[in-house]
Write a protein that binds this ligand. Sequence first.
Ligand code: NDP
Ligand code: MG
Length: 392
Amino acid sequence: MSLNMNKIISIIGSTGSIGTQSIEVARKHNIIIYALAAHSNYELLAKQCIENNVKIACIYKEEFADNLNELLAGKGIKVLTGMEGLCEIASDGKSGMLLNSVVGMVGLLPTLKAISAGKDIALANKETLVAGGELVMKLAKEKNVKIYPVDSEHSAIFQCLQGNKRSQLKKILLTASGGPFFGKTESELENVSIEQALNHPNWRMGNKITIDSATLMNKGLEFIEAKWLFDLEPEQIEIIVHRQSVVHSAVEYADNSVIAQLGCPDMKIPIQYALLYPERMECDCKPLSLTDYGTLTFEKPDHKTFRCLAACISAIKKGGAYPCMVNGANEEAVKYFLDGKIGFTEIGRLVESVLEEFEYHEVGSYEDVIKWDNRARDNVKEQILKTTDKIL
Ligand code: NDP
Ligand code: MG
């Protein structure tokens, strides 16, 4: 009998880069998929549901519910919509784990619902921990729920913690590829195109995270994500630019020994580790040949050019609603950039500006997170309107 015969998971964000790879990993290891959810890609969602004999499908955008129902007619699959649908999937007791691979802080409420229902989480959706890290970690502790990181760096750190004492951890080394614009100055980046920003050297990912990788916002979000996942002080996190994306991150212990996790850049490894923990089974990815690489390089990040990175570190040091606000501002700014409405370097300025525009506010509830997220988004819209006025 297969090791995972009785493992049942649900995936929200199943049609994306992480979602589709997660389905492949689950199928390879005979994990049962109970429910799937997507935003608007009802065609792929329907195909995934039929192929995997899924029981519940959720399409966030209600306007596609009829299309989805049509494609699933006669299959005995329940169709849900909106945030309610996501939350129903998250809290349905028939699956034991929620793999959250939606993009954006919209994944926060389903995560909280799944934890409340006592389900373990495989978390790719980093914005969830950036916006509501304190709430998520507190609830997970209360409910004795495990959060398995899917993000490759955090999976690496999690792997480096196995068999060692957490109390003897000195710091973590969070590696960053540096994105397509490493080594450039801010003025050289003023006119980069959407296509250039979407051209990541090592990873094929969804558009939002690819832009985040180009601005280094992604590393800033991961800095905050690591703080919450591993209960670290910001001073215990060192970011190192490592262009080859082979060393996925490392942990330094009290004896100055550094333990790292290495592998080819392939998300199937961290996805599989989160789904099969603590097992290590065959994975459909290339084995690592260090001699093919020959040289691995390590450099310091440029906080001046990549303002998003500095803004995230500053936000988590200040605490309160600041991490939630830098995330909200970034989500909004990236949308405007991808729509061709603002330039690339504008993203960093807009993210940074919430640190100056807003005073310190506590975040004690989900409603607080939504409130400060909205305020940050409004602030971005107002600023863009002002500059557009100037141009006109
Ligand atoms: P994609 O853009 O490829 O996919 C996003 C997925 O989320 C799609 O299935 C999309 O549906 C779905 N989605 C978006 N909004 C909603 C919503 N409101 N309700 C339901 N589903 C929704 O993103 P990625 O897979 O690249 O990234 C997903 C998350 O994982 C992000 O947080 C990212 O930062 C993180 N991550 C990604 C990595 C990667 O290699 N891609 C690596 C590490 C972390 P639809 O297709 O219908 O739009
Ligand atoms: Mg990552």
